[in-house]
Design a protein around this ligand. Structure first.
Ligand code: GLN
Length: 567
């Protein structure tokens, strides 16, 4: 009998020792061999497929590091900090979850070891464990299990997908793995599924894909007491039948539970379709006894068509200081691509290191771009280059989109070069600036703690009638996510406005500047918030869609009249 035939979802895992009859299903995603395998993308893509089969899906990430949240980590350590509506500063994988599914996440959806230990220690001081020795098992693991249960309860989802960060074998990940092992036992094996994302490297010299790291990684998991039901094999070449059989046999998973996840050719948005082709969602539903129709992914195929064979193309420059890092501006890059999808326009992304612009001849890097985007950031490094980029965009009528720091940069540039306010600056970079056009928010003064203390999360923004922004949004009140300490200094408002620097969005009380635009410019728009966190491939953010439409019009003036911005 072949491995394929031996597999039968209804008899392989018949054991269910749960006393509570649950309908909720749990999927745990672990990773092996190396980090950066795209566990988050795999989890999010599975979420897409299950949602499109009619299930309500919720996703959650466990991060084994001791920081309470990633908000205090450098992008060099962690990549982007993804901000949620409720102001939680979270792991960038939550960005994938929101982009790939319809879930809106909260701080409940990202748990770090730091949070777990803070809670256990708080309870210990409170006397909740009075008389007991407080230990990793059961106190830390119970806390982790409680988070899974609480979220399951709160989300009212049919399926809760929990991704465990890090790599199997990491010391700090052990309490999480122990917790999910216990949890699966408690809810019964027909209600819980373990998916292990692993790496099958191609060794050039041998001309072969190698399965040994996967075998060892699965062995490591089994040592902990977890037997994966499905192996998602990341590889650069396709897995052939023999290799799948070998992995199946040596790793103790049925043949059809060896899922190939080859490096994508064009876009991360291929992953759900790739997993569907591998019938992974069928298998998941069978194992979890979920009787649901197949996923209709035609809208997703349409997205992909626009990515692979767009009608148009445009070059967009992103000027930042973490340009060499793949993950530092993740949501920004994604939102630009979504803006492209919204215009059926392919994006050629130019990642421009801000400091390079400050070097002689650096401005050459800005030539020929359809649009220039300056993303968020902290600290003075690269600010000079970013100001040059904003000036170049303003003077040459190149579409500009500034995000958070990018808005503050546009303000400083305008103050210095149009209003001739010498030494205009943000007090973040120069505390004694003669013209502090950007200054610390009133509410931020006196705050000394660095973690979770910025102005964070979704805040209402009132848009000005007749502004470009209101036209793009098609609304007058919007909610956007924030993460900042500094803000436009109202003492300068009138002066700016008189020179054509318009305040097209403010907080509802009119006190905080949220959105600015230049009156005499085809598209110069900058916001104090982070629109990139609310963009999805199937719902491109209006500011990004408008930006790409303007960028295309700028670089193809002849076709501009004919183009359809759908903005
Ligand atoms: N550093 C600036 C501030 O704190 C901008 C923050 C950002 O870009 N996220 O206001």
């Amino acid at each position: 009998m072949s491995w394929a035939n031996q597999f039968n979802g209804s008899t392989i895992y018949p054991f269910n020792n749960s006393t509570v009859q649950r309908t909720l299903k749990y999927i745990f995603v672990t990773g092996g061999v190396v980090s950066s395998l795209g566990k988050g993308l795999t989890a999010a893509s599975l979420g897409t497929l299950l949602e499109n089969r009619g299930l309500k899906v919720c996703l959650q990430k466990f991060d084994p590091y001791l920081n309470v949240d990633p908000g205090t980590m450098s992008p060099f350590q962690h990549g982007e900090v993804y901000v949620l509506d409720d102001g939680a500063e979270t792991d960038l994988d939550l960005g994938h979850y929101e982009r790939f599914t319809n879930t809106t996440l909260s701080r409940m959806n990202n748990l770090t070891s730091g949070q777990v230990y803070a809670r256990v220690l708080e309870r210990e001081r409170h006397g909740d464990y009075l008389g007991k020795t407080v230990q990793v098992i059961p106190h830390v693991t119970d806390e982790i299990k409680a988070r899974i249960e609480n979220l399951a309860e709160q989300s009212k989802a049919d399926v809760l997908i929990t991704e465990i960060g890090g790599t199997t074998g990491d010391i700090e990940g052990l309490p999480f793995l122990e917790a999910i092992r216990e949890f699966a036992l408690e809810v019964g094996y027909t209600n819980a599924l373990f998916i292990h994302v692993t790496f099958v490297p191609f060794i050039k010299a041998a001309g072969e894909l190698k399965t040994k790291p996967t075998q060892q990684s699965v062995a490591k998991l089994r040592e902990i007491g977890i037997t994966p039901h499905i192996l998602v094999c990341r590889c650069e070449r396709p897995l052939d039948k023999d290799l799948r059989q070998k992995i199946s046999l040596f790793c103790n998973v049925p043949y059809e539970a060896v899922v190939e996840e080859k490096d994508v050719d064009h876009s991360i948005y291929e992953v759900p379709l790739m997993l569907q082709r591998e019938r992974m969602d069928d298998l998941v539903c069978r194992l979890l006894r979920l009787d649901v129709p197949p996923a209709n992914m035609s809208h997703w195929q349409d997205i992909l068509r626009k990515l692979i064979a767009p009608q148009r193309r445009v070059r967009i420059g992103v000027v930042g200081k973490y340009i060499g890092l793949q993950d530092a501006y993740k949501s920004v890059y994604e939102a630009i691509i979504h803006g492209g999808i919204g215009n059926d326009c392919g994006i050629e992304l130019e990642r421009i290191e801000a400091e390079e612009l400050d070097k002689p001849g650096g401005e050459k890097l800005l030539q020929g771009l359809g649009g220039i985007l300056v993303p968020g950031g902290f600290g003075g490094r690269g600010v000079g280059g970013k100001i040059r980029a904003a000036r170049f965009a303003r003077e040459n009528r190149v579409p500009y989109l500034g995000l958070c720091l990018g808005m503050q940069i546009a303000t400083i540039e305008f103050a210095r070069n149009v209003l001739h306010l010498d030494g205009a600056d943000s007090t973040e970079f120069n505390k004694a600036a003669p013209h502090p056009v950007i200054a610390m928010l009133e509410e931020q003064r006196g705050i000394t703690d660095m973690g979770g203390t910025m102005r964070l999360g979704a805040q209402p923004v009132q848009l000005r009638v007749g502004s470009k922004a209101a036209g793009l949004y098609g609304a007058f009140v919007i909610h956007e996510r924030h993460r900042h300490r500094y803000e436009f200094n109202n003492a300068y408002r009138e002066q700016f406005e008189q020179a054509g620097f318009l305040f097209s969005g403010t907080s509802p009380d009119g006190e905080l500047v949220e959105l600015v635009e230049l009156a005499d410019h085809p598209f110069f728009l900058a916001c104090q918030f982070h629109p990139e966190f609310l963009s999805k491939p199937n719902a491109p953010h209006p500011l990004f869609r408008g930006f790409i439409a303007a960028a295309y019009a700028h670089s193809h003036p002849a076709q501009a009249g004919a183009q359809n911005s759908r903005g």
